[in-house]
Design a protein around this ligand. Structure first.
Ligand SMILES: Cc1ncc(CO)c(N)n1
Length: 217
């Protein structure tokens, strides 16, 4: 079985829990409180900044030139989304500069940084895959099920349900399958573990946005 197929099976329960999150259900209905979305956008700007650096680091460490090129483009894509989508919403929601990372945002970004810096590059590739794949799946799900005309979050939905993002995601999955094929079973398991761990953090990130998570002290 392809690595990606069994990896997705491993996160299927987490993915279900992500769809059920009030943040995503309300985003889909267009009823999500502006304050919660603004909190999310602020934290996501912090996240995407780290994400693009992590993708650049993976690009530098990739074994194949074509993989480096793909990851350079992924890194560029993360910066472009951050600047386009976020600049628009930052203005619309009257957000100031980037906020301080919330506990869940910090956990996720630091997990990706340390994995990209210290683990085998194949494991790092698996750790960033949920960022692509889960967002595409959630974007498609919301796009297919959204009920409200004039959803204020339409632009966000279109970005992740869009065809361009879909092509990127297919590439990221294919690279993981290619590199997994030359890994040992133990290394493949490490890839799966990283994929599952990052998927948990995707759940935490959305949940923390809905709760507008603060530092306890
Ligand atoms: C937290 C998070 N994960 C994934 C994406 C999509 O790249 C995003 N914008 N934010």
């Amino acid at each position: 079985m392809q690595w990606s197929k069994q990896a997705w099976e491993a996160i299927a329960p987490i993915y279900q829990r992500i769809l059920e999150l009030p943040f995503n259900q309300e985003l889909m209905q267009g009823t999500l409180l502006k304050e919660r979305f603004a909190f999310y956008i602020g934290q996501d700007a912090v996240y995407l900044d780290a994400f693009s650096k992590v993708l650049s680091l993976i690009a530098a460490r990739a074994q194949q030139t074509q993989q480096s090129l793909d990851f350079i483009r992924f890194a560029e894509g993360a910066i472009v989304v951050e600047q386009a989508l976020h600049a628009g919403f930052f203005q619309q929601l009257q957000l100031a500069d980037k906020p301080v990372a919330s506990p869940s945002c910090l956990l996720y970004t630091q997990y990706l940084y340390s994995t990209a810096a210290l683990q085998q590059v194949e494991v790092a590739m698996a750790a960033v895959l949920p960022c692509f794949w889960i967002y595409k799946a959630v974007g498609d799900y919301i796009y297919a099920h959204q009920v409200k005309e004039g959803n204020p979050y339409q632009e966000w939905i279109n970005t992740y349900a869009g065809e361009a993002f879909g092509i990127t995601v297919q590439k990221a999955i294919a690279i993981c399958d290619t590199v997994a094929a030359s890994c040992t079973p133990a290394q493949q398991q490490q890839m799966t573990n990283a994929f599952v761990m990052a998927s948990r953090m995707e759940w935490m990130f959305w949940n923390s946005a809905w709760q507008m998570e603060q530092w306890p002290v």
